[in-house]
Design a protein. Sequence first.
Length: 263
Amino acid sequence: MIKEKIDKFLKNIPAIPENVRKCAFYLEEGDLTKASYEASLDLAFSNYLINIINKPIFGFTNYVKDVKQIFSILGIERASQIVNAYYASLILPKKWKVFKINNTDFQFLQSNLIFYWNKILNHLNYNHIYISSVVSLIPGSLVVCEEIFEENYEDIILLKESQSISYDEILYKISGLTIFDILKQICIKWELNKESIKFIDYFSKKINNETMYSKLAKYLHLLVFYEISKPEYIEAGINDFVEFDIGFVQDIYEDFSKIVELS
C-alpha cells in the first residue's frame, strides 16, 4: 500500500516550468539579467517571487514588485534559493492533514530557514550556489510525509504514539525508504545539480567526517530543529517528522547559538 502510494506520488511530480528551468540555468551561469528575464515570463513564478521576497524577514522597507530589481537585490545565491523554494511549492498539497499548517505557514518556514542559513554561510565564509540553495528544498520533506501518510493518518498516528517514533522511522520500517530518500528522487526527477543531491545525502544520513559538507550538514540539521521546535510548529506536529540527533551537532552547537543570537 505505502509502496504504491510512493510510486504514485513520484509519478505525479510536476515538471519544472520551462522558463523557471531556464532561470535556474542562467543563475548557475552567473547571469542575473537573463535569469530575471526568464523569471518575468512565468506569471506564476513572478507572483510567487514578489510574494515571498516582501515578507518581513527579508527586511525590505519598500514593497518590491519589479522582477529585474528583485534579482538585482537578491544576487545569484539568494535568487537561486527562491527558485528552489518555488520548486518545493509545486508539490504542495491543497490541504494539509498530517501537519496542522497551511501553505502560507510552509512558506514562512522556508523563509526563516533561508534567512538563518544565509547567516550561517556568511559566518563560515562559505559561498556555493548549490549548497546555499538546497535549504529551500528541505521543507519539501514535509510534503513527502504529508502525501505518503494522509490517507492512513489515523493508523499512522496510533503507531507513532504507541512506539514514540518519528514519521521518518515509520516510513523506513514500512518501505525501506526514508523521507529524504524520496526527496532525493524528486530532485533527480527535476534534474537538479548533483552537488545539491550529494549534500542532501550528507544532511539526511548525518555523515560525520572531516569534509566541509559534513560540517555544513551539522549546521543545517541544527537549524531545521531550531526552527521546528518553535511552539507553533510543535503544535502543528512538524517536530515529529524526523529525529533530532544531538550527538551529530554537539561540536557546533555553541557556535550555532552565537550566530542565532546575533540575528
